[in-house]
Design a binder for this molecule. Sequence first.
Ligand code: ZN
Ligand code: ZN
Length: 387
Amino acid sequence: MSGKQTRLSFWGVRGSTPTVDPATWRFGGNTPCLELVTPDGTQFILDCGTGLRMFGNSWARPGDASGGEAHIFVTHYHWDHIQGIPFFAPFYSEKNQFHFYSFRSKFLGRNSLKQVFEAQMALPYFPVDFSAMPAKRKFTELSDGDSLSIQQTKISARLLHHPQGCLGFRFDTPSGTIVYATDNEPGDPGLDQSLRELAAGADIFINDAQYTSEQLAGPRKGWGHSSWAEGVKIAKEVGVRTLVLFHHDPDSTDRIVDDRLRQARDHFDSVYAATEGMVLTLGGERVEVLLPGSRSAMRGEAHFRAVVAGTTEDGQSFHEETSVRNLSLQGALVYLKHCPRLQSELEVTMETPRPNGTGSMRLRGYVVRIEPGEKQGQTAVGVVFTE
Ligand SMILES: [Zn+2]
Ligand SMILES: [Zn+2]
């Protein structure tokens, strides 16, 4: 990573409760946790959902004598945003230090977040208590409208429309602006305006997209969440560069998320659905997006002639003859001259040898990985099949 970039990694993207249903594995089942590293090397952690555990395993570098430091912004105290705390390995080393930022809950009073820590790590809910965590901790309470600077980054906090409250955060880094606005529901004029001010001109706007407009108008009204359509509306109104649909409902399968993303892309050009392992990089001409390789690990050398149909980065449909190079039950690797859009639908029609000549097999899937191909002008495209 070059020193001028800001890197945002998604460790948990699921709302409300973690999922282990295989129908949700492509986008991921861990609850909210994001890691933000700014050009000056400052590390921020946004929310402490179950995604925090996996992050902790990569954060704790064995043998690192000097210890580490991070600034942790907790949006609110619902389970899905704090449940990873007891399982974050770096909290158990006295060499590390953490600065926590959150708000004073009217239900908890002073030192709300500290109380959440203590209550969560209490018998009989957890086998060891709070004192087992020797890392240095400092707690700061933020209120609606507060801002502060940490190294070269300015952070602003705004209250969002959510039961028992939730803070949205804006990070103005030297290489761009990231706005994290999970858990918010449209419909309160004052707070709607506040969210727009927070998101104004952001390079990356991460917004709650748990429900559809229909659900928000009906049975899910008042539950404190938003929709892809609302995210698109705000993004257009306030000049956001890239929108990320976040806090997927635990009942939303990958296909449901695919479908919402497709609809959002019909209305706004640069939209992605938050995916566990996804990394966004800011600092160049465009927001770079990378999806995890491990999730699309392909096995089995193959060589089937195939026709691939899809949509390019700039929205043009294409048909191309190629061959499928790696094939598994879940997906394939194909080399293309066209560069399809990440998370877009791809149709692969393969020639398959049959006893009486050749037949063909048509598979549909989604682009999960894009890398430079073996030859110049070629793209290696990882696709996960869904039907
Ligand atoms: Zn939540
Ligand atoms: Zn919540």
